[in-house]
Design a binder for this molecule. Structure first.
Ligand code: UDP
Length: 235
């Protein structure tokens, strides 16, 4: 089974590689290559990018910065990632549009739901930057929100681990990976799939979340083709 329209959530850290901060162009090029393969099989791809590789609102707030202000900086950081990813995709011939939830019309389109859908229908990859445009939210919640808005069938949450475990696999060698989980189980056990707001939104709108390891080459294509290579969270 191949999906028709998907939402890919890329954390900022996914673009950082092993650098510890910022963007690794080689990693971004590899991700773009994988995304292009999905586009070429006719799947409509929307992407929400995080900004944790550059700036995280909560962290800056805990060091004394005003939380809402810090969150705005975090949202602007996601736009840098969005534009970088756009460039990598366009370098390999994939048509893209960046839409931001905070207007920056010199560099990107504003977020307009109907226009985003139109781009997807034309086969363009739509990258959503600036999160939801609201402080106190995350890009995970943005992913759930945009997925619901554009009627995506599934959210692919690309991470550094190959799914959701019953305990930390780095600490416990006996840790078991779940192949599937319910939203309620994730919420009641506070499993770190996405934040609670994002899970609740997916639950309410019945959007499955597939958690998989981005660092294994070919995993984006495998997931989109319906192979369960990680953990699927659903109803
Ligand atoms: N952010 C926000 N509202 C949103 C999305 C993001 O305020 O709707 C801010 C928040 O400060 C967050 C930062 O942007 O820390 C970067 O996003 P996130 O931490 O979700 O990125 P990721 O962890 O996916 O790299």
């Amino acid at each position: 089974m191949t999906y028709r329209r998907v939402l890919l959530k890329l954390s900022g850290e996914a673009l950082m590689g092993d650098l510890g901060y910022g963007i690794d162009p080689k990693v971004v090029a590899d991700i773009a290559q994988e995304i292009s393969e999905v586009v070429k099989i006719g799947v409509q791809v929307a992407i929400v990018v995080g900004g944790g590789n550059i700036f995280r609102g909560v962290k800056a707030a805990s060091a004394g910065m005003d939380r809402a202000t810090a969150d705005y900086v975090g949202m602007i950081a996601t736009v840098m990632n969005a534009i970088t990813l756009q460039d990598a995709l366009e370098q390999i011939g994939i048509a893209t549009r960046v839409q931001t939830a905070i207007a920056m019309q010199e560099v990107a389109e504003p977020y307009i739901r109907r226009r985003a859908i139109r781009h997807l229908e034309y086969g363009r990859v739509v990258i959503f930057g600036a999160g939801s445009g609201n402080p106190f939210f995350t890009t995970d919640t943005t992913a759930a929100l945009r997925a619901a808005e554009i009627d995506a069938e599934v959210i692919f949450k690309a991470t550094k681990v190959d799914g959701v475990y019953d305990s930390d696999p780095h600490v416990n060698p006996e840790a078991k990976r779940y192949t599937s989980l319910t939203y309620s189980h994730v919420l009641s056990n506070d499993l770190r799939v996405m934040d609670g707001t994002a899970i609740a939104l997916c639950k309410e709108n019945n959007i499955p979340i597939v958690v998989f390891n981005l660092s294994v080459p070919g995993n984006i294509v495998r997931s989109v083709k319906g192979e369960n290579i990680g953990t699927i969270v659903g109803g």
